[in-house]
Design a binder for this molecule. Sequence first.
Ligand SMILES: [Zn+2]
Length: 477
Amino acid sequence: MDIQSAVLQSIAAHAGAYTAASDAIWDHPEINFHEDFASGTLIRLLRENSFSVETGLCGLPNAFRAQYGSGRPVIAYLGEFDALSTLSQKAGCAVREPVESGAPGHGCGHNLLGVGALAAAVAVKELIESGAVQGTVVYLGCPAEETASAKAFLARDGAFAGIDAMLTWHPWDYNGIWPGGSLANVKMLFRFHGQSAHAASSPHLGRSALDALELMNVGVQFLREHVPDDTRIHYAVTDAGGASPNVVQNRAEAVYLVRSPRLGDLADIRARVEDCARGAALMTGTSVEIEFVKGCSNLLANSALDEALLESMRSIGVPSYTQEELALAASLHAALESPETTLARLSRRCDSRTREALLAYQGEALYTFIAPYTPGDAPVIPVSTDVGDASWCAPTGQVSAAAWAADTPAHSWQAVAMGKSGVAHKAMRFAAATIALTGARMMAEPELLARVSAEFAGRIASEPYRCPIPADVVPRL
Ligand SMILES: [Zn+2]
């Protein structure tokens, strides 16, 4: 049997177990390193399939490494499984109706992501077992993607060392390759400490932490003029020091998120934002405490790997859908308020002929195309992902598969509502087959892996990985 048929057969044979695991994780949404149910479910499935499992990877709760086989190449699959706070939503329901008000929900489809990556790892394991390919297949269980960018901690602490290539996928509203980069970011808390005093009778004795915070923000507004155009600096005031204007505020706090498509630029911009805070403290006679919260790197594209993924995706073929599945997608599509469609976004990165072909899908409730691929200088996707850090440690490829109604944004209740649908399960199997086939091909075709490795080596030769997380920072559990 050829590799592709074996991959498809493996995924079909375990389909019931994969659907059950993904649905069970959807039913138990967990966040921020507390994903005990999800990681337990995935570890049990991996052990049942003869993987050896190491838990507590790099000291992170619910991070784990599962492995099967021996020797090179080492192909790893990255699995996420955390949910998002407050996004609880009933499955298959096209109006906003939480299962439990205020509870988390799988608004980024990570219930599907973790199991789909596992399905790929198991398919490759079976190919190794049958002797069709040789090497080691690894599954890396990656918790807390949403809240802590945990892969950045894993990257800093060496979890991706010794891996030849990594593959993953993400549920989305269309099928395709993630061809471009993403935004590196750092998140920091600035806590100002001042001196309280009566604001009318003894203001000269007060030192206002709120003044300091405002001056820091003004400093950063001026800084925006003198950083690269594609920098993003967002902030939120998380403590204004109280509600009484007649008391000099002795505390104030803001959280800042700084983003850049280039990891190298980020360190410099971050240092200058911190200088704005120190300058503001100096001006006001207050002090500032700077706490690093989290950070992640931009995604390094690998066009040799992306081209192989696209070939696999086309060879496997987009799933077909039942009337019932299309009807659910249509009802959730009708419930969207997206100002910009995915087609409009995708059309910006292709030539006029491809654009025309894409626009034929306008008005569809479910996107059944495979997006055109633009290697090389594809535009940066303006989001951040901790897969970025993995991509600096070994060549990394990522696909998306249509699990949601057309134009559904990630982190939406509409995405939660589709998370247990037939469309979502088909996306999980389609993506699993795509990344399994590509991983197995890298084991079977040394020249493919050599091209992928050479491109990666070229990329990091001039700028080696410098994790944006300082060495002494531990994740906030
Ligand atoms: Zn996600």
